[in-house]
Structure formats: C-alpha cells, structure tokens
Design a protein around this ligand. Structure first.
Ligand code: PMV
Length: 353
C-alpha cells in the first residue's frame, strides 16, 4: 500500500456517534536498531524487533462529538489526570488528521495504564502509541468504516506517533523499513517477518535490568535528529541495512552465536552514535557498563547463550533461549540485580502467538 491508500474521506465516518473502545499493545525491543529519520517518520534504515508479552499498555478511549470550537482531550494515567501528556496526543492527532479526519470532530477522554512500573525507564511510547492507534481502528469501525487491512492501518498510524510503535501491532519478529530482503517491507508501516524461524528463537526470554529508573536526559526525537550531519551516519545506515540480511539468515539457521554478535554490535553501535553526535550524549550509566562486562565474563566462562541489547537508555535487555533459563536466571538474581537501582528486573518473553 502507498501513502494515499491510507487517506480516508470524512464522508465514510458517521461523526454523530459516540462510544468507547479499548485496546492493549505490548512494547518491543529492536534487534537491528532504527536510529535516524526523515520527515514524516520515515526511517533512514530498516529495523527488526521482537514483540514482548508482559510489558504492555492498556488504553480506553471515550469519544463524544465535540461541543466547543476546538476538540478537547483529557488524559488519565492510572487514576491521575496527566495534562502533560495532552500536547503529545494533540500533535499525534494533528499528524494523522489527513488519514483520520473525524478526529477534529470529537472530544476525547483517554485512560491509560502500563503493566510496567511508571518511570521505570521503560519506553512507553511504542506500547502507548500502538495501543492508541488500535483504539482508533476500533473507533473507526464503530463510526461505520472498516479498513481493508486494519492491523496494517494501525501500524501506519502508530508510526506517525512514534516510529518504533509501528512494530508493536504484530507479535513475534517484525520488520519496519523498505529493504530487498523482506517481501512487502515498507517505510510506512511494519510487517511480520515471514521467514521460517528456527525454533530456538521462538521462546526467547527478555529480562530487563532496571539499571536506572526515571526519564532519560535526551529524548529519542533529539537523538534521531542528531543523525542528520552525523559523521558516521551513512556507514551506520548501510551497516544496519546489511544486518537485516544477516539477521534473517541467523534466525533461519538457528545460529545463536551469530545472533549474539550481531545483536550486541547493534546495541553498542546505537550508543556509539549517541556518543559521537554533536552535541554528544551518553545514556548508559556506570552500572550499565559493569553489568555488560559481567555478562561477557559469564558467557566466556560458562558458554551459556546469554546476550544483551540496549534501548535508548541505561537499562539492559538480557536475551536468552528458554532452554538456558535454569542456569541464567540464578546468575541474573545473584550477580546482576545488584547493578539495578532498586534491585529489580522485569522478566519478559517474546510473543509469537
Ligand atoms: O520510536 P522512537 O522514535 O522513540 O525511536 C526509538 C528508537 C530505538 O528504540 C532506540 C530503536 C528502535 O528501533 O526501537
């Protein structure tokens, strides 16, 4: 589908109706990272992620035909009114208005809940924006419009809220960004990776070490923009592109060692881009580095398939197959939790259902 296929005329929606819709959407972690974008949220390189199970956002959206001139939006996080979230939602609604023109005709009340602790440092934009986009697809149904490919439409809308959110609408391994290795890949929306995946990668655990709880010092938006005029940008985009092919091969053949090498290199490359931006910034904390070194030593000594990846933050995602859980979990508990600010981790898993 191309961009104009997502434009929907106001006439197909019955904007006299009111109602309520709810949706749940998980977070995801990129294995090949998206870092750098062009307007409007077009990635400078393709990415592949794993969708999680236990870290999700639940959102309920109440919609009423608007009473005043301007549309009114109220946002609640758990039971608390969160006026600080409103500008972000308004910006998102403005961005998607050409595709969802009914938005300007409604007042909204949005209630949202994250399964993971608030300000744990876990990015809620992927799960939050995709949950809201799923709500909009359901709202559209209630207004009389059913998209031909609703999940793809949810992904398209999510992307305009937060790039990585477009991958969260699918389970398992997901690709976003046009490339020659994934048929039907697009810059406009994500698609599930249809490659025949080796069973070892289907029951992966993702334990998130909460090294630093609280918000990060530099937002992803600022970080993406710093890739413009970045001295290593072109090399990075090219490498990420090539890593799509490499990762697909690794996933097909069940190459655990290759998986670890590629995924860790991707994580460290992401942070290297931050450190070599102008102005430079560092999102890892001393405990991030200390824990990563422990992981490397443990792997060297035990030959266990324990790998890490990093998001744009200080927390560490530990990736390991189900088979290794018995040995790896005690190691995490005994040796790694000490690096976490409050001694806590989130024990998540990949979802392929
Ligand atoms: O979705 P954004 O704009 O918050 O960007 C997130 C980018 C990373 O999480 C660092 C990498 C990725 O591909 O998810």
């Amino acid at each position: 589908m191309i961009e104009k296929d997502f434009i929907t005329p106001l006439s197909v929606f019955d904007i006299a109706l009111q109602g309520e819709v709810s949706a749940q959407s998980p977070s995801n972690i990129a294995l090949v990272k998206y870092w750098g974008k062009k307007d409007p949220q077009i990635p400078t390189n393709p990415s592949i992620s794993y969708t999680l199970t236990k870290s999700f956002t639940e959102t309920t959206l109440k919609f009423n035909p608007k009473k005043g001139e301007a549309a009114h939006i109220k946002v609640y996080l758990d039971e608390n009114k969160e006026d600080t979230f409103v500008p972000k939602i308004k910006k998102f609604f403005d961005r998607i208005a050409p595709y969802a023109p009914y938005l300007n005709h409604y007042d909204f009340e949005l209630r949202t809940h994250n399964s993971f602790p608030h300000s744990s440092g876990i990015a809620s934009s992927a799960s939050g924006m995709s949950a809201l986009s799923k709500c909009l697809i359901d709202m559209e149904e209630k207004l009389g419009y059913t998209a031909e490919m609703p999940t793809q439409r949810a992904s398209f809308l999510s992307r305009l809220g937060s790039g990585s959110a477009c991958r969260s609408v699918y389970n398992g391994l997901v690709n976003w960004g046009k490339n020659e290795y994934v048929t039907d890949s697009s810059d406009l929306y994500a698609t599930p990776l249809k490659t025949e995946i080796n069973p070892v990668f289907k029951t992966f655990h993702d334990t998130i070490l909460l090294i630093h709880e609280g918000s990060k010092t530099v937002s992803s938006t600022v970080g993406h923009n710093l890739m413009n005029n970045h001295p290593y940008a072109e090399a990075r985009f090219k490498e990420a592109y090539n890593n799509i092919a490499k990762l697909i091969n690794i996933l097909e053949f069940g190459d655990l060692e290759g998986f670890g090498q590629l995924v860790e290199h991707e994580a460290l490359s992401l942070h290297a881009m931050m450190m070599t931006s102008n102005p430079a910034f560092i999102l890892m904390k001393p405990n991030t580095v200390a824990a990563l070194e422990k992981v490397w030593t443990f792997r060297k000594e035990t030959k266990q398939p324990l790998f890490f990846t990093l998001d744009a933050g200080a927390n560490i995602h530990l990736l390991y197959p189900e088979e290794a859980e018995k040995i790896i979990k005690p190691f995490i508990a005994n040796e790694l939790l000490v690096f976490c600010q409050n001694g806590k981790a989130i024990y998540d898993q990949v979802n392929f259902d």
